[in-house]
Write a protein that binds this ligand. Structure first.
Ligand SMILES: NC(=O)c1ccc[n+]([C@@H]2O[C@H](COP(=O)([O-])OP(=O)(O)OC[C@H]3O[C@@H](n4cnc5c(N)ncnc54)[C@H](OP(=O)(O)O)[C@@H]3O)[C@@H](O)[C@H]2O)c1
Length: 317
C-alpha cells in the first residue's frame, strides 16, 4: 500500500511517500481503508520529536513509521472478536497510538471509532477527532457572557474552540501571530492579540477561562489574567511549563482561580458529542488546504512552517 513514511525525527524533509505492506488486523482490530486524514499540532510535534512527550513512544525514532492520528474511512476487514463494526461501515476517529493514519490502510482498535454521519464527507469527518475532542473538553461549562481567551487559536485546533465558545455565548479573545488576525476574526473571535506585540498575561483580572494550546508561562503568571473564579487550562506547550503546572498549578487557589493541565481523554463519547455539534452547525473545523497522499510531504512542510490556518487535510480517494 502507499503510505507516508517518517522513520526519524527532524524537519519536514524526513517525510516521504513509499510502499509498505498492508497491515493485518488482530482479532480485536478493524482494518480501515482510509479515505481522508487530517494533521494536528501533535503531528508537528511528532515530526520534530519535541516537546519530550512527543518521544514517549519512541525515544530515538518514531515507534511507528507512518504518522497521522485522525482518519475517516471504510471498514475493509474486521477481526473475529469485533462486534461493533462490520465490513463496509463508514467510520472515523483518532487512532489509539496517534500514528498510522496517513496510509491507504490502517489496522486499529475499534474502541475509539465512531460511525461517520451520512451528512458529513470523509474530509469533514477527518477534520474533527483530536481538535474536536480538545474543543469539547476545554469549552465545557462555559456560560453565556464568559470572557474566554484562546492562546494559539490560529493553528489546527483553534477554530473549533473559538466557534464552540462563541456558540456557548462567550466573548472570545483569540491570540496568535499578528498576520493571522483577520482569519481569527473570520472564525468569530471578538478580539485578537498578536503575541509578538502584546503579552495577554499582562491583562490582569480579565478572563473567566484561558485555553492555552501553546503554554509557556508559569502558573503564577497565568493566574493573574483570570477573574475571580476563573480557570486556566493548559492543553499543550512547553514540557518545562507542563511539569510546573502539574507540580504547583494545583496550589493556586486565590479568589477561587484554578490553574491546571487539561488532559483530554481519547473518547468515542466525546467524539460523538462534538460531531453532533458540527452536524447541528454549532461549530465547524476550519480547513486550510487539502492534499493528496502523494502530496502529503508538502502538507507537512506547511504544517512545520506554521503557515496553516486551520486543518490540513489529506485525501486518499
Ligand atoms: N492536553 C491533551 O490531552 C492534548 C491532547 C492532544 C493534543 N494536545 C496538544 O494540544 C496542542 C494542539 O494544538 P493545535 O493542534 O491547534 O496546534 P497548532 O496547530 O500547532 O497550533 C498552535 C498555534 O499557536 C501558534 N503559536 C505559536 N507560538 C505562540 C505563542 N507564543 N503565542 C500564541 N500562539 C502561538 C502557532 O503559530 P505558528 O504555527 O506560527 O507557530 C499556531 O497557530 C498540541 O500541543 C498538542 O500536543 C493536548
Amino acid at each position: 500500500m502507499r503510505a507516508v513514511i517518517q522513520d526519524r525525527y527532524g524537519s519536514a524533509e524526513v517525510v516521504r511517500v513509499g510502499d509498505l505492506p498492508e497491515p493485518v488486523p488482530a482479532d480485536d482490530e478493524v482494518l480501515i481503508r482510509v479515505r481522508a486524514a487530517s494533521l494536528n499540532g501533535s503531528d508537528r510535534e511528532n515530526l520534530a520529536g519535541s516537546p519530550f512527550y512527543a518521544r514517549l513512544g519512541g525515544l530515538r525514532r518514531p515507534r511507528h513509521p507512518v504518522p497521522g492520528s485522525d482518519v475517516a474511512g471504510v471498514v475493509a476487514a474486521a477481526g473475529s472478536a469485533v462486534t461493533a463494526f462490520a465490513v463496509g461501515d463508514e467510520v472515523f476517529g483518532e487512532l489509539a497510538g496517534y500514528r498510522g493514519g496517513l496510509a491507504e490502510y490502517v489496522a486499529t482498535s475499534p474502541r475509539l471509532l465512531a460511525r461517520k454521519p451520512s451528512g458529513l464527507s470523509f474530509l469533514d469527518a477527518a477534520a474533527i477527532p483530536q481538535a474536536g475532542c480538545i474543543a469539547y473538553r476545554s469549552t465545557r461549562g462555559i456560560e453565556p457572557g464568559d470572557r474566554v481567551l484562546v492562546n494559539g487559536a490560529g493553528g489546527a485546533g483553534g477554530a473549533l474552540i473559538v466557534r464552540l465558545a462563541k456558540h456557548l455565548g462567550a466573548a472570545v479573545t483569540a491570540v496568535d501571530r499578528g498576520d493571522k488576525a483577520e482569519y481569527l476574526l473570520q472564525l468569530g473571535a471578538d478580539d485578537t492579540i498578536a503575541f509578538e506585540h502584546e503579552d495577554w498575561a499582562d491583562r490582569r483580572d480579565r478572563y473567566d477561562r484561558v485555553i492555552d494550546l501553546v503554554g509557556h508561562r508559569s502558573p503564577f503568571q497565568v493566574h493573574q489574567a483570570l477573574r475571580p473564579g476563573g480557570q486556566y487550562l493548559m492543553v499543550g506547550g512547553h514540557a518545562r511549563v507542563l511539569l510546573a503546572m502539574f507540580t504547583t498549578g494545583w496550589s493556586i487557589r486565590k479568589q477561587g482561580k484554578r490553574v491546571k493541565v487539561l488532559a483530554v481523554p481519547q473518547s468515542r463519547a466525546d467524539l460523538e458529542a462534538v460531531t453532533a455539534a458540527v452536524v447541528n452547525g454549532d461549530a465547524t473545523a476550519a480547513v486550510d488546504r487539502t492534499y493528496s497522499l502523494e502530496e502529503a510531504p508538502a502538507g507537512f512542510a506547511r504544517l512545520a512552517a506554521g503557515d496553516n490556518l486551520g486543518k490540513i487535510l489529506i485525501e486518499i480517494p
